[in-house]
Write a protein that binds this ligand. Structure first.
Ligand code: C2E
Ligand code: MG
Ligand code: MG
Ligand code: MG
Length: 278
């Protein structure tokens, strides 16, 4: 929408920027409202399947969605960045933790499963994360080894964040590096990193269609194993990708081929695709 009489070239751009600002402010207001009312956040859960000799689900990732005034659920890409910029991610993240821990308590019939929550850099930067986790676990009567947090690899390059991760691990809560391989973290720090699980980013899984792509994933899996981490390959969409990541020795796999993120009651504990251990 170009306003008549505006300076050519700039008006359209101004309009788009204006629309984006309005959208961001509206999202922020809606987040604030829903976080206070407690009716905005919804968690879906996506399982990861073990590929070794003990098949089954050992990991489930909690993924945030937003139930706003419009129809359907809003995906995280549409509100997590706004929550980050506005600082609301701290309150949102605390609700994610509380909900996930309550869900773990309800999954007491699945004692071998660890539930993972995504933690943003801003949330990790606050000193109180380990205390928050400890309190929520205690209140819900949930053992720390049923919970894990996923952080991006940049966290490993910041000594303050590493100290916070160490505090989290001392509780018995596990730490995963999410989207591994996309963040250019320094490999020299990886050896000391307080990490239990490495999640290989979907872009590397997609690249397994070529020999070079497979070689790269093979290298990542070896690197992860050399520091004692368990490897989960993310975003498996085809049987060929599953074959490729099984072939390089990934420990577990997740992706739409196997199971989609679902509300807690609908989580599929069996893969939609037959898994065989070779
Ligand atoms: P992520 O942590 O890497 O989560 C994996 C994303 O990949 C999820 O998208 C999931 O639905 C999607 N996915 C899983 N399998 C497949 C597949 O086979 N193919 C494709 N194309 N995608 C697949 P989702 O739920 O939209 O979440 C996007 C991102 O939003 C997450 O990426 C995470 O970075 C962020 N996020 C989600 N929930 C939270 C949260 O509670 N807190 C924070 N801070 N970030 C969150
Ligand atoms: Mg994640
Ligand atoms: Mg990921
Ligand atoms: Mg990802």
């Amino acid at each position: 929408r170009v306003k008549a009489g505006g300076r050519d070239g700039f008006t359209w751009f101004d309009e788009v920027l204006h629309q984006q600002t309005v959208q961001r402010v509206e999202t922020e207001l809606e987040l604030r409202r829903g976080l206070t009312a407690g009716d905005g956040l919804v968690l879906h859960y996506q399982p990861a399947f073990e590929l070794g000799p003990h098949p089954g689900v050992a990991h489930v990732e909690a993924l945030a969605r937003w139930s706003g005034p419009g129809p359907g659920l809003v995906p995280p890409a549409a509100f997590i960045p706004v929550a980050e910029e506005s600082g609301l991610i701290v309150a949102l993240g605390a609700q994610v933790v509380a909900r996930a821990v309550e869900q773990i308590a309800r999954w007491s019939d699945r004692p071998g499963v660890r539930v993972w929550v995504n933690v943003s850099p801003r949330q990790l930067a606050l000193p109180g994360l380990a205390d928050l986790l400890a309190r929520r676990l205690d209140e819900a009567g949930v053992a720390a080894d049923r919970l894990g947090i996923e952080v991006t690899e940049q966290a490993m390059d910041d000594s303050r964040l590493v100290a916070h991760l160490e505090a989290v691990r001392r509780l018995g809560v596990a730490v995963a590096i999410d989207d591994f391989g996309t963040g250019y973290s320094s490999l020299s720090r990886l050896a000391q990193a307080p990490v239990d699980v490495i999640k290989v980013d979907r872009s590397f899984v997609t690249a397994t269609g070529t020999p070079k792509g497979r070689a790269v994933v093979d290298g990542i899996v070896r690197l992860a194993h050399s520091i004692g981490a368990h490897v989960i390959a993310e975003g498996i969409e085809t049987p060929e990708q599953l074959d490729a990541i099984t072939g390089v020795g990934a420990d577990a796999a997740t992706g739409f081929l196997l199971a989609r993120p679902e509300p807690a009651e609908s989580v599929s504990w069996e893969s939609r695709f037959p898994l065989s251990w070779r």
